[in-house]
Unconditional design. Structure first.
Length: 121
């Protein structure tokens, strides 16, 4: 059997708010609640399972997207009023990067998780 990522738990102060924010930026639906988790299916059956936590330690989540999806996500990100950066340390606000011959951007979710969209790995 091959090894595949099935899901990752994303700790959040309000699981529905964080799941909804990411789903809106990515242009995908929020999935069903499953026990203590609010699910967002991102690709190939992989879900991010948002769960409430009293204390959240921000993590990094990167999403490889096509050029059209990147353009649409950027429009939603800019429309949301959220700040975005070209770099993971958030030193270049309002810019995107062109690493690996593609485009990339970083933005924070409501709990400070460092989300990344990139068109080339």
């Amino acid at each position: 059997m091959s090894v595949e990522l099935n899901h990752a738990i994303v700790w959040a102060s309000h699981r529905e708010v964080s799941a909804g924010f990411l789903a809106r930026i990515l242009g995908i639906p929020v999935g069903p609640a499953a026990g203590p988790f609010q699910q967002v299916q991102v690709a190939n059956g992989v879900t991010l399972d948002f769960a409430n936590a009293d204390e959240v330690h921000p993590q990094h989540y990167a999403f490889l997207v096509g050029d059209d999806e990147f353009d649409a996500a950027m429009a939603r990100l800019e429309g949301s009023g959220a700040t975005y950066w070209a770099d993971p340390l958030h030193r270049q606000p309002g810019e995107i990067n062109h690493m690996s011959g593609g485009r990339g951007v970083y933005f924070a979710d409501p709990d400070g998780h460092n989300m990344e969209l990139l068109t080339r790995a």
